[in-house]
Write a protein that binds this ligand. Structure first.
Ligand SMILES: [Zn+2]
Length: 149
């Protein structure tokens, strides 16, 4: 078994270790680079990779159901519901009525969902506004789910 030597400082690196215990350099690769280049880079500090910050679930919900997203998604929901309504109204055939209904329900569900979760998770709103959003969202979801039945 050949002893692994650090390419930067020449210290012995124990088997299984991925960094030199003496200077912290990564373990030498199979191909040794020319000696001169190694000496030139020997003083360069090894950057320590920062651990990636993982978002917790409440933070994730906060970021998805932020105030800005709320307006965008509710607006999109209204738009989708209107498109569904138009297809439903002007489509003519039973297929377009079905497609229109599905799109309309999807849009309404989107509005309801974002009203409901927004009312629960957005902290800056007044209690009555939050309550109104939660109630409105719940009614919207219940109503839209009752349409296809
Ligand atoms: Zn070393």
């Amino acid at each position: 078994m050949a002893a692994i030597k650090c390419m930067k400082c020449g210290a012995n690196i124990p088997e299984g270790a991925s960094f030199c215990p003496n200077c912290g350099a990564p373990k030498a690769e199979e191909k040794p680079a020319p000696q001169q280049e190694q000496q030139q880079t020997a003083s360069a500090p090894t950057p320590i990779p920062e651990p990636k910050a993982q978002k917790s679930i409440p933070e994730l919900i906060d970021s998805i159901f932020s105030e800005t997203n709320m307006f965008v998604m509710i607006f999109l929901g209204i738009l989708i519901a209107c498109i569904g309504g138009l297809i439903f109204t002007f489509g003519g055939s039973s297929t377009t009525i079905q497609i229109g209904t599905v799109i309309n329900v999807f849009g309404c569900l989107m509005i309801g969902l974002f009203l409901l979760i927004g009312g629960i998770s957005i902290k800056s709103y007044e209690k009555f506004v939050k309550l109104g959003m939660i109630l409105g969202g719940a009614i919207m979801i219940t109503w839209s789910l009752s349409i296809p039945a």
